[in-house]
Design a protein around this ligand. Sequence first.
Ligand code: ADP
Ligand code: MG
Length: 476
Amino acid sequence: MAQEAIINEDLSINSQWEEVCGQLKTEFGQTAFDSWLKPLSISSFNDGVLRIGAPTAFMKNWVITHYSDRIHRIWERKNPDIKTIQVVVQSMYNSPEATGTQLSFRGGDDSLTKRIKISPTPQKMYEVANNFGGADALASKLNPAYTFENFVVGKTNEFAYAAARKVAESKSVSFNPLFLYSGVGLGKTHLMHAVAQHIKQCDPERTVVYISAEQFLYKFVNALRYKDTDAFKEQFRSVDVLMIDDVQFLANKTKTQDEFFYTFNSLIESGKQIILSADKSPNDLDGIENRLKSRLNSGLVADIMPADFDLRLGILYKKAEQLGITLPENVAEFLAQKISSSIRELEGSLKRIAAHSMLLSGHEITLDMTQDVLKDMLRSIDRKTTIDEIQKKVAEYFNISVKEMQSSRRARNVARPRQIAMYLAKQLTSRSLPEIGRKFDRDHTTVMHAVRKVEELVLEDASMAESVEALRRTLE
Ligand code: ADP
Ligand code: MG
């Protein structure tokens, strides 16, 4: 069958890619491989043209200039059918293990056409006959503030947002399961509550249950204790949409995982929607059985990356509005600049400032006041990064040595990383320009020039901005 042939071909291309990757890793080293080659994935193979997707334009260009010859050379030997290799921009939201239909997906930004893979979902929808309650006893409370309207969308979360919205608005099952993952405080719980509240509002007939994995575990253990597992299972039968938050909690809880696995299968079989969240992708979850992992992978996997500067700024203004305070631009920018790891922390700092200005009534929010109120927090952020660390990380990222970075060489592939490192040193540490300069064997005017240059580049080139952001995140 033609389709089978295509699938087989796909499989062999993908396994060849794995072999090519193995070789590239040996040749270029783990760090360079992780920074530049690991994020690549096979996009398509037609008429001798193989397309490899890179997540950003900056990465694409870097791969083309530094690695494409090698990739081509290695692959030529493995598969003579490949005549041309193209590196294209393609976001990296598809999980490597997912198989099935490929879809194109457009977010708000047209240049960002994302490819997602979803598995064939059970077409059969069973009628939900048993609606005898029980589900409410299962569900945890929802936070009324966690709605779609209150969720600020940016580049780093737009995909997860779109997927959640799609699930909330579909009458039938769309991606099953929808698996959201991110670091802490980046909006997973917010999105899940938003889905639940949207469905409850628009379609009160449908039963939605949101529960944390911790609660799930607790209830299951109780059911075991009281030999009441049948009743526990029964509760799920009336559920149309089941959401379990923070499934990493089930790590190493073999019995609960088994139970979860059966519940999961039976819900999927009867056409119920499942949404899960965790702090890592299914593949990276430790202590979760393989068969469960592959189940978690079988629908749509969407990650939320740490918010970039613009999104942090947008969220600050939105939350300030909700708190009823006016946030001066310089304060907002200062906070968005300094606090980048979690939205929860960003929100926490804003609340502290708001409380201060309200308690000491008449106290305007100013930059001085902000720095004073948050001084402990800011000090701990400042302490974290040193110039040495910045040089090391940036050098690793661009696959040059720290020696080269400090050398007098002016070749672009050394000079640009050097400028980025200077820029980050200025941003992430409280060192002065001459102090930074000394670390690079340069004077302060060179550092100033570098800072300006990178500021310009970041504005002009979105993918450059993303690389700088990525480095900033690893450093923080
Ligand atoms: P997670 O579950 O990923 O740890 P949460 O959903 O609890 O994170 O989010 C932490 C806090 O940050 C919540 O108060 C949430 O409202 C807020 N938050 C996260 N992302 C956004 C966003 N994009 N827009 C508005 N608020 C957000
Ligand atoms: Mg959460």
